[in-house]
Design a binder for this molecule. Structure first.
Ligand code: F6R
Length: 366
């Protein structure tokens, strides 16, 4: 049932090109530069009357939510707040009838997320759930459902569920941006074109597997890791750190790279591998200067950069290159090497990758 792979997690990492294609299928019309959203049940009026979006989720799904904030705010200009479900429910959130509440949950059974959905509805918000499991509690209790269709995820560590959640948010951002008049047809066509290239680019990222395994062999004995990213890649750094923590039991932290100098840089020495997300794009120069800061303090840099990221490669002990597409979709492409790195490190440490200690696939207690 693992399809020849040693673990479900590895199989699910490798399924991502197919999973992403399934999330996209039937939802874009490249000829007419359109995202098809009829199936979700939201009317144009629902979309034009939104004045604020809340995204609420736990764990990896929460990281997808932060990625979503960057995309939605940029492409639709609707203010977005992202919250961890167990925090959201214990404060007094400002919700009105023009709030769209988006819950992100692979399983659709996470207790804290369900409680947040119920609270948001009772306060009058419209609720959309981005979910993988058809017929789950969250999908039944929401006004609108966006199924990611990534297929059953067995490994406890979420992989394909995460990348397809990002695709769902990308599609919603384009659809909302169009209806609200923030995106012209040319931009939409480009965003859709880019998306249609994504499965093939994810295949390219998967081809880095051997290279990443070799890097893992150099690093698997480390006690702490740092993951740095900026902008939309900051939540990807959080996700990279979470993957490593949960399956290899190595302490890891994700940080916005610009925040290093406000404290965490004190942690840097030769013993701490620092994984930096440094794709070319708007923030490339900024991230290079953060890499200089780490390097001058003796840290071991592992850069995930673009094929043309010469400076990032020069500064690093190890580097891996992705074939970049656009700033949004690069977040997905950068995730793949982080999943593989965590996987190989965990295997080298003899950990039970699919069933990490103390963890369950869905957390049905609050
Ligand atoms: C991490 C992981 C968890 C889940 C979290 C939410 O790899 O799998 O952090 O993301 O428990 O689960 P769902 O998305 O099912 O609500």
């Amino acid at each position: 049932e693992k399809g020849g792979y040693r673990h479900f997690m590895l199989k699910e990492i490798y399924e991502q090109p197919r999973a992403i294609a399934d999330t996209i299928r039937g939802r874009v019309m490249p000829e007419s530069s359109e995202v098809v959203i009829e199936e979700f049940g939201l009317s144009e009026k629902d979309i034009t009357s939104i004045d604020r979006i809340f995204i609420v989720a736990c764990g990896t799904s929460y990281h997808a939510g932060i990625v979503g904030k960057y995309m939605i705010e940029e492409l639709t200009r609707i203010p977005v707040e992202v919250d961890i479900a167990s925090e959201f429910r214990y404060r007094n959130p400002i919700i009105t009838q023009s709030t769209l509440f988006i819950a992100i949950t692979q399983s659709g059974e996470t207790a804290d997320t369900l409680a947040a959905i119920r609270q948001a509805r009772s306060l009058g918000a419209k609720v959309m759930t981005i979910c993988n499991v058809i017929g789950s509690t969250a999908s039944r209790e929401s006004d609108f459902v966006f199924y990611t269709h990534s297929g059953p995820e067995i490994g406890v560590a979420s992989t394909k569920a995460f990348t397809t959640q990002i695709i769902a948010l990308y599609l919603l951002s384009i659809a909302f941006g169009k209806i609200r008049g923030c995106l012209d047809d040319r931009t939409i066509s480009m965003l859709i074109e880019d998306l249609l290239h994504l499965p093939a680019s994810v295949e390219n990222s998967l081809e880095l597997d051997n290279e990443i395994n070799n890097i893992a062999k150099e690093l698997f004995k480390a006690k702490d890791f740092l993951y740095l990213g900026r902008g939309i890649n900051y939540p990807i750094a959080l996700e990279g750190a979470l993957k490593l923590k949960e399956i290899s039991y190595i302490h890891a932290e994700g940080y916005p790279a610009g925040e290093m100098k406000h404290g965490p840089i004190a942690l840097i020495d030769e013993e701490v591998p620092v994984v930096v997300l440094a794709p070319s794009g708007r923030l490339y120069e900024k991230i290079l200067s953060n890499m200089e800061e780490v390097k001058s303090r003796g840290g071991t840099l592992i850069a995930i950069t673009s094929s043309d990221g010469e400076s990032a490669k020069r500064l690093s002990t190890y580097s891996i290159s992705i074939h970049g597409i656009n700033d949004y979709l690069n977040a997905v492409l950068l995730t793949i090497p982080l999943q593989l790195l965590a996987y190989h490190i965990a295997v080298l440490r003899g950990c039970d990758v699919d069933q990490p200690r103390n963890l369950a696939k869905s957390v049905t207690v609050e």
